[in-house]
Design a protein around this ligand. Structure first.
Ligand SMILES: [Zn+2]
Length: 222
């Protein structure tokens, strides 16, 4: 089996997290999330953990260098893992640069980028078509998108508990648009960087149901 280190790249709402979960469940990937690593280090009280704790308590963002040393430390400590997904890292150009120094100085896995390609408009459409059951403890998510396979029988009520379905407010949509704009800037910078450094980039069409994205993934990533 070829060793795989996949850098998952995709906007919020692109289905990146769901795809990663399926890869873990069905294809034996290990998913490394920086959020979980942060918490682990803080709980363990490691040196990195103390830095993170300090940053969080003083309301600062966590340094790119801290994030990178945390990720590379984990990779060095887990050489037996054959298939790894980095989800949400590298997130910035600075992180990509320091990470590239690490992989080009003798790390065994060759990184490849899995890019879930989706337009800002498609993400917004997906989110505006999303309905959630209003009953606490149910909160089933539906989608009015055609072919999504998650349409409710009746657009106003939950199939399971018959409570009213609610959709996101315009304010929420506006906040999401802002986040997507910022994300788009990072994404372009990262893709430029990966091109320049000749990373393999596997672009998947994220404007399709997750099952189809997963099929495409299995065909293209060996
Ligand atoms: Zn319900």
């Amino acid at each position: 089996m070829q060793k795989r280190l996949l850098l998952f790249l995709g906007a919020p709402g692109s289905g990146k997290g769901t795809l990663a979960q399926r890869c873990v469940k069905e294809l034996d990937y290990e998913q490394l999330s920086t959020g979980n690593l942060f918490r682990e280090h803080v709980v363990r009280g490691s040196e990195i953990g103390r830095d993170i704790d300090l940053a969080l308590k003083s309301g600062r963002l966590i340094d790119d260098s801290i994030v990178t040393s945390m990720v590379t430390e984990w990779l060095n400590q887990n050489p037996m893992k054959e298939r790894i997904i980095l989800d949400g890292y590298p997130r910035t150009l600075v992180q990509a640069e320091t990470f590239n120094n690490f992989v080009s100085s003798g790390y065994e896995h060759k990184p490849a980028v899995v890019w879930l390609k989706i337009s800002e408009k498609a993400v917004i459409d997906r989110l505006t078509l999303r309905l959630t059951c209003s009953k606490q403890g149910c909160q089933v998510v539906y989608s009015l998108a055609e072919g999504s396979g998650c349409q409710p029988c009746n657009a106003d009520f939950c199939d399971l508990c018959e409570s009213p379905l609610i959709r996101r407010s315009d304010d929420e949509i506006e906040a999401i648009e802002k986040r997507l704009k910022l994300y788009g800037i990072h994404e372009r910078q990262l893709l430029d960087f990966y091109h320049k450094h000749e990373y393999e980039i596997i672009d998947l069409n994220a404007v399709q149901p997750v099952a189809s994205i997963f099929d495409e993934f299995k065909r293209r990533v060996r």
